[in-house]
Design a binder for this molecule. Structure first.
Ligand code: IPE
Ligand code: IPE
Ligand code: MG
Length: 243
């Protein structure tokens, strides 16, 4: 754990309030080992649990992970079914969120998912709602543009019903209409796997985020890599347009 190392200690480092991770590279991880893509998703899921636990341990306030995008439905049915089954297994274990004091929230178009998954998701959220540790957002059937579209529609509906005026539509009311309403924007976005893009992730919320890219494939991304990323984050000079 970084904060116990001789070189750096917790008091020397500022932890971002909110870290977002694009958990990418499961397929290539499996291919390198001549395994089916499903093995990559299983390894990625296991790694996600380890990293979430680690983030809770070091006292991170918010972690948002990208698990399945609105575009990932383009994949072969077999792969999508496999990912949904991994998700089902994870959710059935949901009592762990409570034991670990992690508060879980799913962001994305959840209602469009199969009924049994929606039920398990709402159960997991309900069960962990009193937790006071890490706030874990899992982005599932999530797309940044889809989220903004959803926000526009909900604001337009309020205007149509006479509940608000057009002048009341502000950056704040838009933020409050997103799935992440009430949460701080991500300070730091991590994407392993060697891709240098957002792939429709948190496009409104990332306006002033810092980025960290690496070639490591998600199942190989350890707490040591996260430590290194946080160390690098501490070298950034965030100006937010100022001087
Ligand atoms: C990320 O890994 C998992 C999901 C998108 C669900 P990928 O499956 O995209 O892995 P690569 O990019 O093909 O290696
Ligand atoms: C982004 O990864 C989505 C998730 C990690 C869930 P993709 O593998 O879908 O992204 P692209 O297709 O390489 O942009
Ligand atoms: Mg990918």
């Amino acid at each position: 754990m970084l904060f116990k190392s001789k070189k750096t200690s917790l008091k020397d480092l500022v932890l971002p309030r909110h870290i977002a991770i694009i958990m990418d590279g499961n397929g290539r991880w499996a291919k390198k080992r001549a395994l089916p893509r499903s093995a990559g998703h299983s390894a990625g899921s296991k790694n996600f649990k380890d990293i979430a636990r680690y983030c809770n341990k070091i006292g991170l306030e918010y972690l948002t992970v990208y698990a399945f995008s609105t575009e990932n439905w383009k994949r072969p049915k077999e792969e999508v079914d496999n990912i949904m089954n991994i998700l089902r297994d994870y959710l059935k274990d949901a009592k762990n969120f409570k034991d670990e004091n992690i508060k879980v929230k799913f962001i994305g178009n959840i209602e469009a998912l199969p009924d049994d998954i929606v039920f398990l998701i709402r159960d997991a959220e309900e069960n962990s709602k009193e937790a006071t540790g890490l706030n874990l957002n899992i982005a599932l059937n999530y797309g940044g543009r889809d989220e903004i579209l959803f926000a526009f529609k909900s604001l337009a509906k309020k205007v149509q019903k006479g509940e608000m005026n057009i002048e009341d539509i502000t950056e704040q009311t838009i933020s409050n209409s997103l799935y992440t309403a009430g949460q701080p924007d991500p300070d730091f976005i991590i994407r392993p796997s060697g891709e240098y893009r957002l792939s429709n992730y948190l496009i409104w919320q990332s306006a002033y985020a810092e980025f960290w890219f690496s070639d490591i494939l998600w199942p190989d991304f350890t707490s040591k890599h996260l430590d290194k990323a946080i160390e690098d984050y501490n070298k950034r000079n965030r100006r937010f347009g100022g001087v």
